[in-house]
Design a protein around this ligand. Structure first.
Ligand SMILES: C[S@@+](CC[C@H](N)C(=O)[O-])C[C@H]1O[C@@H](n2cnc3c(N)ncnc32)[C@H](O)[C@@H]1O
Length: 288
């Protein structure tokens, strides 16, 4: 018997009906677009069973009902936090941040200067998890900002997980977390060492703004962002959701904007508007 079938059997023998599992899968899909087919039965068991207990639900069916009720915000939040994968680190994959520093920002600044547009740069880190991506971008931006007095610079970090957004907004990281991707220079320049961890310096925090946002819902911005990082999240979506999201992201971008995706992701199936370019060993897209 396959592992999936075994898990399904475990859930079923624990009193969970197939219809309840389907309802749960649909709920998770609706809440955050993460599609749990039956092969992900272990995720349901390991991540959602504790929530069933914590909210004193009778079973998964009861959990779905609670989550769908008007008063179910806490339950919905916990389900999203539990099911989404928040793995991230500072300067993840390195090459996108080199491309940002040596190609994208210099080109963008020159384009803005020569067009006479307002001296403003807006960057969106879509699915920013606990904020390491946002603060990595902020460190690069801050270095360059020394030579850009009077520019209006902002990085907007969003994630569907309220707990992750809260961590990002707070900007406090453990020794282990800063040990993943930060060198001593960045630590001493941009963090304040406290007894039990590291606090992002105000200079960086000032550049960042955070919001809870589901990438599967419509975006309010049109022609706003010069640069978008949308990395390591679309892999969890169904193909049509993924395509729709990237097309909607393009709508939020300024003409000639730059789009970064995860190092293992490619957008070649989305049409000629998404032609890849390589800079500093990083694939980057300039859609529109
Ligand atoms: C693996 S992390 C990637 C973090 C960061 N972009 C990076 O590459 O290091 C994926 C993030 O996507 C978020 N996520 C999952 N589904 C989402 C959705 N529908 N809308 C917004 N964020 C979502 C998760 O909460 C998680 O924090």
């Amino acid at each position: 018997m396959s592992l999936a079938a075994q898990v399904q059997q475990t859930l079923s023998s624990a009193g969970t009906k197939d219809a309840d599992i389907s309802a749960l899968i649909d709920l998770v899909d609706e809440l955050c677009g993460v599609y749990l087919d039956e092969s992900k039965g272990y995720l349901i068991e390991s991540r959602l069973a504790p929530i069933v207990k914590r909210f004193e639900c009778r079973d998964y069916s009861d959990l779905v009902q609670r989550a769908k009720s008007l008063a179910g915000n806490d339950v919905r939040t916990e389900i999203v936090d539990a099911i989404t994968t928040h793995e991230t680190l500072f300067f993840r994959d390195e090459s996108p941040f080199n491309a940002l520093r040596f190609k994208v920002l210099p080109d963008l600044i020159e384009a803005i200067e020569s067009s006479g547009r307002p001296r403003r740069i807006r960057i969106w880190s879509a699915a920013c998890s606990t904020g390491q991506e946002v603060y990595s971008i902020a460190m690069v931006l801050h270095e360059i900002a020394q030579a850009l007095p009077g520019w209006d610079l902002q990085i907007f970090g969003t994630d569907v997980s309220p707990a992750s957004v809260e961590t990002a907004r707070r900007g406090w990281y453990s020794n282990l977390e800063v040990g993943r991707g930060l060198d001593d220079m960045n630590k001493s320049n941009y963090f304040i060492h406290e007894a039990s961890g590291w606090q992002v310096a105000q200079d960086l925090q000032r550049l960042a703004k955070f919001e809870v946002r589901n990438l599967l819902r419509p975006f309010p911005e049109k022609n706003q962002f010069d640069i978008v990082f949308c990395r390591n999240v679309a892999i969890y979506f169904k193909p049509d959701q993924r395509a729709d999201m990237f097309h909607r992201i393009v709508e939020t971008m300024t003409p000639g904007g730059w789009l970064f995706v995860g190092s293992a992701e490619r957008l070649s199936d989305l049409g000629s508007a998404f032609a890849p370019q390589t800079h500093c060993n990083c694939t980057v897209y300039r859609p529109k």
